[in-house]
Write a protein that binds this ligand. Structure first.
Ligand SMILES: C[S@@+](CC[C@H](N)C(=O)[O-])C[C@H]1O[C@@H](n2cnc3c(N)ncnc32)[C@H](O)[C@@H]1O
Length: 235
């Protein structure tokens, strides 16, 4: 039996308004990842990607729209964030009076599955070499030394990411926190299964191609912090 890992972030924030509550109650079940069945999407995906801690879902919603041929698993504990993603992909806005059946916006393929819980509980259910890409964008930095063990980038999670990524698959980690930048490089360096692909500083100072800015990235830029983008290849 799995022991429940301790989660230190927020599961709930502001009161979730009516429309988003309806999205969570009525629409989420239709795209929620079924942990008792093999992974299935409404398409036959070319690639399967995972975003860990998608926050308000802007990045996930946009990538899934740009790439209808790929499938996306999004994991997020924060309910308000999950509700926001649902709003983005259905077009149901706050304050909407929902009377009809809710469905994905018409221009979207059925390529998203949501795991609305701690990704560490899903890891054991994901088969070896099952994913093509993983995004870990602006993870909570837990900058205090005494909280370092809460940081998502740690030996256990890196080991799991190495297991579930296919050889040649990519792990994208972005952060704007100086402590987390150094921490990530050190932690990743200690795992022999990943190769940092940067050839020069421009490769980690600037966004990779086909990038979508996340909410935390925009916040960092607004507050004058420079994010970095580490790209690791599973070897
Ligand atoms: C700092 S926010 C960044 C959100 C988003 N990636 C962005 O860049 O805007 C980190 C998010 O990761 C989520 N998170 C942290 N640990 C998680 C875990 N173990 N499983 C799923 N989500 C997690 C938090 O709930 C939070 O929403």
């Amino acid at each position: 039996m799995l022991t429940q890992p301790q989660f230190f972030g927020r599961r709930k924030g502001r009161r979730i308004r009516k429309a988003k509550t309806v999205l969570l109650e009525e629409f989420l079940p239709s795209i929620k990842l079924d942990t008792n069945a093999p992974l299935k999407f409404g398409i036959k995906p070319q690639k399967i990607c995972l975003e860990i801690g998608f926050g308000d879902g802007i990045h996930l919603a946009e990538l899934a729209l740009r790439h209808p041929e790929n499938a996306y698993i999004g994991a997020e504990v924060f309910q308000n964030g999950v509700a926001n993603l649902l709003s983005l992909i259905t077009g149901v806005k706050q304050g909407a009076d929902i009377t009809d059946h809710i469905h994905l916006s018409e221009n979207r393929s059925d390529n998203i599955r949501i795991y609305d819980n701690d990704i560490r509980l899903l890891f054991p259910l994901l088969p070896d070499s099952s994913l093509d890409e993983v995004f870990l964008l602006f993870p909570d930095p837990w900058p205090k030394k005494r909280h370092a063990e809460r940081r998502f980038v740690n030996p256990d999670n890196i080991k799991e990411l190495a297991r579930i990524l296919k050889k040649g698959g990519m792990l994208h980690i972005a952060t704007d926190h100086p402590i987390y930048k150094v921490w990530t490089l050190r932690q990743m360096h200690q795992n022999q299964n990943f190769l940092w692909t940067a050839k020069c500083s421009n490769d980690w100072r600037y966004e990779p191609d086909d990038w979508v800015k996340t909410k935390y990235q925009l916040k960092a830029l607004k507050e004058g912090r420079r994010p970095v983008f580490f790209e690791y290849k599973r070897i």
